[in-house]
Design a protein around this ligand. Structure first.
Ligand code: BMA
Length: 823
C-alpha cells in the first residue's frame, strides 16, 4: 500500500513538471506607445501598430478614402509594446523556459525585466530566447521596442556606393508589398504580428519533425521520420509514432533520431480535380518510463511531385507530374490577404482556399512580394488539394549580398522551410518574383548609372542568394522528393521569345503593353505563371471605403483605390475595343467586370488549347489586401467578381472551345480528368429568340493527355445567319453530365440584343429559376447578403436555369448587357 502511494506521488510530480507546455502571452494585457511619449494605449497581440492606433481612435480608418496619405508618418516613428504577466511557482520551476516569437515586424529589441535579450531584424523569422534566467516568480515585464524599418532601410542604403532599385525596402527583411504596390497601399507596419508564447520544458522536447518517402507505391509506403529532440542531459527515451515505439539513447543537446513507419495499401494525396487529398495523421510522443515528456501531431500526404524539363523540338518542357501523372496546373497568384495580416482569421484562409477549389483550381502561387503565408493557409491547401508554388520573399528588385544579409536570409529560409516542409501541398520553392526579369529587361543599369564593377557586384550578389544560398540551404534541409527549386519566376522576361519556349512565363503584353486580348492566343508559353487584367470589385465593396460624395473617378478617395498609374484609362481603352462603355458608375463597374472575365476567358482558353505544350495557367491575381480595383478575381471581402465565375468555367475539368479556321469551325475538347471521357458532342446554332438554325451531333472520346478535335463544321454546311444575332451552343454529355459552352461570332459590343423579359421564380428555399424570351447576355444577379452559385452567365430562351443561392433571397435585381447598350 505504502509503495503504491509513493509511486503515485512520484508519478504526480513527474506529470506536473514533466511535459512540455505552452503559455500564450498574446492574451495578456498589452499596451503600446510612441517612443518618448508617456501615454500608453491598449494593444492587441498579434497585431500591427496601425490597427492598434485605429482601435484606440488615434487615427482614422487606414482603408477609408484617401486616409492612407495622412498616415504615412507612422512608418517613421519608433513604437514600444509592453506587458506585465505573472509566473506561478509551478511555471518558474520548469527546467527550461523559452520565449518564442513566431513573428516580430521587424527591427525589434526585446527586454525581459529591463534586460535586453534579443535584437531581431527579420519579420519572416521565428525568434526564440532562452528566458529562464531572466524570469522570476510573480510579476515579469516584457517590452519590445520597434525601430522605424523605413529609417533602418535608409541607413543601410547609405552604406552602398551605388543605388539598388526600390530604395529602402530591399534592405529590410519585411513584406515588400507594405511599401506600396500597384494594387496595395503603403502601410509600413510594425508590431508583434504573430503569436508570442512561453514554452516550458523539462529534460527533453521535440523540436522538429520531417519525413521522407523511402518507398511509395500502391502496395506500400515506407516513411522515414527524422525527429529532432533536444535533451538537457544524457538520457534514454522512447519515441512513439502512433502505435509504434522505439528506444533511443540521447546525448545532451539536439539529437536527430530516425524511425521508419510502414503503411500498406497507402492512399495517395491528390490535387483538386484528380482525386481526394488524403492525409494521414501521426501522433508523436516522447516518453521516459511512464512519463510523457512531449507530444506533437503531424498530418502528412503521400505523393510524389516532379518538375519535368525535357528538351523537345520547341525548347524545353515545363510541367509537374503528381504521383507520376502530368497535371495541367490551373490557378492563380496569391498575395497577402490584408495590409494588416493579423486581422485575418483561420476561417478567412479556409474560405479563400475553398473559393479557389470551387473555381476548379489545383495550384496557387504564393507570390514573393508578400509573406510566407499563415499555417492555416497551407492547412487549407492540404485539405482542398491545392498545390502551392512557394516563392521566397523577394520581388521586383535587386537585393544586397553582404554577409549579415546572407546570414539573415539563411535563417529565414531555415525557419520557413522547417515550418512548411511537411505540407503535401507545397510543390515547388522559387527564389524570387521578377528579379531576374527586372535585371535583364527593365533598364536598371541605365537608370541607376551602374559602372561595370557595380553591375558585376549586383549580379554576383543575386547569384549568391538565389543560385547558391537558397538552393544549398534547401539541399541541407529537404529530402530529395520535396526539394524542387526554381530560381526566379519568370525565368525569362516576356519581351524575349525564349520566354515562350522554356521555363515559366509572365506575359504582360496585355494590360502593360496594351496589346489586344487576342494576343493571348499567340503568347502561350510552357507554363504561364502570370498574366491578368483588372476589374472593379462590386460597388458595395468600394462603398465601404469611399463616401457617397466621393464616388466618382476624379475624387482623391476614389483615385486612391486604384493603384495603377493609368488603371482606369487602360480599362476604358480595352472596354472601348470590345464592349459598350457605360457612363453610369454602376454599369461601368459591371462592364469592367465583364471585360476582365472576357480577357481571362481568352487567355485560359489559349493556354488549355495548347496543352501539352503549355501545362500551366496561373493568372494574376486571386485576392486583394484591401478594397481596391485590381487584377484580383476575389475582392478583399471574398466576393466573387465576374472573372471568378469565368475562371471557374474556364478551369472546368471538361472544357470546350470553338476555334475558327480557314474553312470552318473546330470544336475542341480538353479533358483534365485522369481517365478518358466518352460522350456526345452536340452543336446548335441558335438565334437569340432560341430558334434552332442548325444542329449536329457526334460521339467523341476525350483523351486525358491531349486535346481532341470533336467536330469540324465547314462554313458551307451552315445556313446563312446574322452573326450579330446568333450563338453557337456546344454541349458535351458524358454519363448524364453536361458541359456547355457558348460561342459568339462578334464582339460583345456588336451583338444585337433584344430587350428581354426575365422571369425569376423561387423554386426552393435557396433555389431560384430564371427564364427568358430572348437571349440575355451576362445576367448579373444581385441580392442583399447572398451568394449565387452561378452568375454573369448567358441565359437562353427555352432553357430555364436553376441557381442555388447561399441564403434564401426575396428580391433579386438583374442587370444584363442589354441594359448597358440601352443606357
Ligand atoms: C506582376 C506582379 C506584381 C504586379 C503585377 C501587376 O508581375 O509580379 O508585381 O502587381 O504584375 O502589375
Amino acid at each position: 500500500m505504502f509503495k503504491k502511494t509513493t509511486l503515485f506521488l512520484i508519478f504526480i510530480c513527474y506529470s506536473v513538471f514533466g511535459q512540455t507546455t505552452y503559455r500564450n502571452l498574446s492574451t495578456e494585457n498589452w499596451t503600446f506607445n510612441k517612443q518618448n511619449e508617456t501615454k500608453k494605449h491598449k494593444a492587441t497581440i498579434p497585431g500591427t501598430v496601425h490597427t492598434d492606433l485605429y482601435e484606440n481612435q488615434l487615427i482614422p480608418d487606414p482603408f477609408y478614402g484617401a486616409n492612407e496619405r495622412q498616415l504615412q508618418w507612422i512608418e517613421n516613428e519608433n513604437w514600444e509594446y509592453e506587458s506585465t504577466f505573472s509566473l506561478s511557482e509551478k511555471e518558474i520551476s520548469n527546467e527550461n523556459i523559452e520565449l518564442e516569437f513566431d513573428g516580430l515586424d521587424t527591427y525589434a529589441t526585446v527586454f525581459i525585466n529591463g534586460k535586453k535579450v534579443l535584437e531581431a531584424d527579420n519579420m519572416f523569422r521565428k525568434w526564440t530566447i532562452s528566458a529562464k534566467n531572466h524570469l522570476k516568480k510573480g510579476k515579469n515585464h516584457l517590452k519590445i521596442v520597434f525601430l522605424s524599418a523605413v529609417q533602418k532601410g535608409k541607413e543601410e542604403a547609405e552604406k552602398l556606393t551605388y543605388t539598388l532599385p526600390e530604395k529602402e525596402r530591399i534592405f529590410i527583411r519585411k513584406a515588400q508589398y507594405q511599401f506600396g504596390w500597384d494594387w496595395g497601399p503603403r502601410f509600413v507596419t510594425a508590431g508583434i504580428w504573430k503569436k508570442v508564447e512561453l514554452k516550458f520544458w523539462n529534460s527533453s522536447t521535440i523540436e522538429n519533425i520531417k519525413f521522407s518517402q523511402v518507398e511509395l507505391n500502391d502496395k506500400k509506403a515506407i516513411l522515414e521520420f527524422t525527429t529532432e529532440i533536444r535533451v538537457s542531459e544524457v538520457k534514454t527515451i522512447q519515441l512513439k509514432i502512433n502505435e509504434k515505439s522505439e528506444t533511443f539513447n540521447l546525448k545532451k543537446g539536439t539529437n536527430k533520431v530516425k524511425m521508419t513507419y510502414e503503411i500498406s495499401n497507402p492512399k495517395f494525396w491528390w490535387c483538386n480535380g484528380l482525386g481526394f487529398p488524403h492525409q494521414y495523421e501521426f501522433h508523436f510522443s516522447l516518453k521516459q518510463n511512464l512519463e510523457i515528456l512531449d507530444k506533437k501531431e503531424l498530418k502528412i500526404g503521400l505523393r510524389t511531385i516532379e518538375l519535368v524539363q525535357d528538351k523537345d523540338e520547341f525548347g524545353t518542357s515545363f510541367y509537374f507530374k503528381l504521383n507520376g501523372k502530368p497535371v495541367f496546373m490551373k490557378g492563380a497568384n496569391y498575395i497577402p490577404p490584408d495590409s494588416f495580416i493579423p486581422k485575418q482569421t483561420p476561417s478567412s484562409y479556409h474560405e479563400t482556399i475553398q473559393n479557389a477549389r470551387k473555381a476548379n483550381m489545383n495550384m496557387l502561387r504564393v507570390w514573393g512580394g508578400g509573406v510566407y503565408a499563415d499555417d492555416e493557409f497551407y492547412n487549407a491547401c492540404d485539405a482542398n488539394g491545392i498545390l502551392v508554388w512557394q516563392d521566397f520573399m523577394f520581388a521586383c528588385a535587386m537585393y544586397p549580398g553582404d554577409e549579415k544579409f546572407i546570414e539573415n536570409v539563411k535563417q529565414e529560409v531555415i525557419d520557413n522551410v522547417n515550418r512548411l516542409q511537411n505540407h503535401p501541398s507545397i510543390a515547388l520553392w522559387c527564389g524570387n518574383n521578377e528579379n531576374d526579369e527586372g535585371w535583364h529587361n527593365w533598364g536598371w543599369q541605365k537608370q541607376f548609372n551602374y559602372s561595370k564593377a557595380d553591375s558585376t557586384q549586383i549580379w554576383n550578389d543575386y547569384k549568391k542568394v538565389f543560385q547558391e544560398l537558397i538552393p544549398q540551404t534547401l539541399d541541407s534541409l529537404l529530402s530529395k522528393e520535396r526539394n524542387l527549386y526554381w530560381p526566379s519566376s519568370p525565368s525569362i522576361g516576356w519581351g524575349r521569345k525564349e520566354s515562350l519556349t522554356q521555363g515559366d512565363s509572365h506575359y504582360w503584353g496585355v494590360w502593360w503593353g496594351k496589346e489586344p486580348f487576342e494576343m493571348y492566343k499567340k503568347k502561350v508559353g510552357r507554363f504561364m505563371s502570370e498574366y491578368g487584367f483588372q476589374g472593379m470589385p462590386n460597388l458595395e465593396t468600394l462603398q465601404k471605403v469611399i463616401a457617397k460624395e466621393d464616388f466618382n473617378f476624379t475624387s482623391e478617395a476614389f483615385k486612391n483605390h486604384q493603384k495603377h498609374p493609368i488603371g482606369f484609362e487602360t480599362i476604358t481603352e480595352y472596354m472601348t475595343r470590345d464592349f459598350p462603355v457605360p457612363t453610369s458608375m454602376e454599369k461601368y463597374n459591371y462592364v469592367s467586370q465583364l471585360l476582365q472575365a472576357y480577357g481571362m476567358k481568352i487567355a485560359i482558353e489559349a493556354h488549355r488549347l495548347a496543352k501539352p505544350y503549355c501545362m500551366g495557367s496561373l493568372y494574376w491575381q486571386l485576392n486583394d489586401c484591401w478594397p481596391v480595383t485590381s487584377w484580383s478575381t476575389l475582392d478583399y471581402y471574398g466576393n466573387w467578381k465576374a472573372s471568378h465565375y469565368q475562371v471557374k468555367e474556364s478551369f472546368a475539368p471538361i472544357f470546350l472551345a470553338v476555334t475558327e479556321n480557314v474553312d470552318g469551325y473546330s470544336i475542341i475538347g480538353s479533358n483534365d480528368n485522369l481517365e478518358v471521357k466518352e460522350g456526345l458532342v452536340t452543336a446548335k446554332l441558335l438565334d437569340f429568340s432560341g430558334k434552332e438554325l442548325w444542329t449536329a451531333s457526334k460521339e467523341c472520346t476525350l483523351s486525358d493527355e491531349i486535346n481532341t478535335t470533336c467536330m469540324q463544321i465547314s462554313f458551307a454546311e451552315l445556313p446563312k445567319f446574322v452573326k450579330e444575332k446568333t450563338v453557337l451552343q456546344i454541349e458535351f454529355t458524358s454519363n448524364q453530365k453536361k458541359s456547355i459552352a457558348h460561342h459568339y461570332f462578334v464582339k460583345p459590343k456588336e451583338l444585337q440584343l433584344e430587350k428581354p423579359t426575365i422571369e425569376i421564380k423561387i423554386v426552393g428555399e435557396t433555389l431560384i429559376e430564371l427564364k427568358t424570351n430572348t437571349l440575355v447576355k451576362n445576367v448579373c444577379l444581385q441580392a442583399k447578403d447572398t451568394f449565387f452559385e452561378e452568375n454573369y452567365f448567358d441565359l437562353l430562351p427555352g432553357i430555364p436555369k436553376i441557381i442555388k443561392t447561399k441564403k434564401p433571397t426575396q428580391e433579386t435585381k438583374v442587370l444584363s448587357l442589354f441594359d448597358v447598350m440601352n443606357e
